[in-house]
Write a protein that binds this ligand. Sequence first.
Ligand SMILES: Cc1ncc(COP(=O)(O)O)c(C=O)c1O
Length: 450
Amino acid sequence: MSKIPFGPTYDEMCNPSHIDPNIRKKALESKENELNPINLFNINWKDDNNQVHKIVLPKEMTGVEANIVVLLGKYFPSGSHKVGPAYSTLIEGCVDENIIPGKHTILGPSTGNFGIGVSYICNLMKYDSIVIMPDNMSKERYERIQKYGAKLDLTPGTESDVILTLEKTYELAKNTKNRSLAQFELLPNYRFHRHVTGNACIEAVKNVGNGRIACFTSAPGSAGTLGAGDQIKKEFPEAKVAALEPYECSTLMNGGRGQHRIEGIGDKMCTLIHNVLTTDFVVMIKDEETVQGLKVIHNGISVLESFGIDKKIAESMTDLFGPSGICNIIGAIKMAKYLHLGPGENVVTIATDGYDRYDTVIQNLEQRYLETEDFVLKRWFKDVFLNADTNYIADYRPISQKEKLFIQKEKDWLKFGYTKAYLDSMKDMSFWDNEYNKVFEYDKLIKEKR
Ligand SMILES: Cc1ncc(COP(=O)(O)O)c(C=O)c1O
């Protein structure tokens, strides 16, 4: 039997305490030396004590009685949780003997973090890689990708031009030397988030409020993260899942198209791996509010203090989020209000990455505003967080609404060669459960082959 590169199973990513203790110890000790391949065993949501990296936001910030619990993706190797789907897709390809070390070059279609994850994983697992992404994303992204050794193939535009990167990837994939880790369409992305992120969300609320999840909010890029909602609903059937999208590019809500500033989300499509059956609400979030909110949290420690937030907590939050994390937090506040959640109830959401790749986004904001003094930040703090309203929330539980999403998916994917029959099979939850259950088959194979 041929060996595959050494790396964790889905179970070990979900429960790092199941990793061989010597390997777990070495991996934890090697965090600072990020290009040591043992860091593959740090692809998980947990800290050294096997606790989920999270923050329960101060009520003085959210203004709602429910707890808002944010899982922190910045602690993953490479600085975002997108490394998880990148690894999962690559290791499944290795197990299936579809991706062969030394033979294949890996393609990563992305708007940034997935590309960073692909570049990083390929460095550790010794594959050449090419990241295909728009040419107008934050500069920090390109620098990281190049630092990890991938080549860049840039297509014109920004976040909402990601379809051009998809088309380019399809073209490159015609070369039999190339293998695409197609995050928008391959199900390891769903499997990683349903198993690893979903169970991390469930664990994260164990000692918070009533220990249950009333709502999960996530702004889809690939919609991988939304897959966590499926696991949450299995555990807490009453849980609602809200997909958030930019007001300026409201594709799920109304087929809308447009440019926006929330890097990583709102990619002008209903992705193939988006299980629309479990999306209960779609919520539009204004992009400028996410950048304003980021500025307040990153630079406004004294502003936060003036609203009664403990200085230490304010300081601890400065580097935890990027614009999409702020988007998810705003969505969580809105949903807590919309669902009339009370004390003890929990809304869970995700910060995919941290502040480290957004300095240029904040510099850009400062150039666009005459003043960003504390009195302005105070106004933004109130407007963005405390006064978040419940406008632009649509109920997607009725079948007529689901139909709209099915149609959107057909529009987006029939042209890439997927059949109507395959897309129709996704209209039944058994499709998603069957795909999810492959986690356990892959785990067996990874263990046998590594
Ligand atoms: C910063 C950021 N936020 C959110 C997302 C969306 O996550 P997902 O692709 O799992 O929907 C991404 C995806 O790349 C991202 O980079």
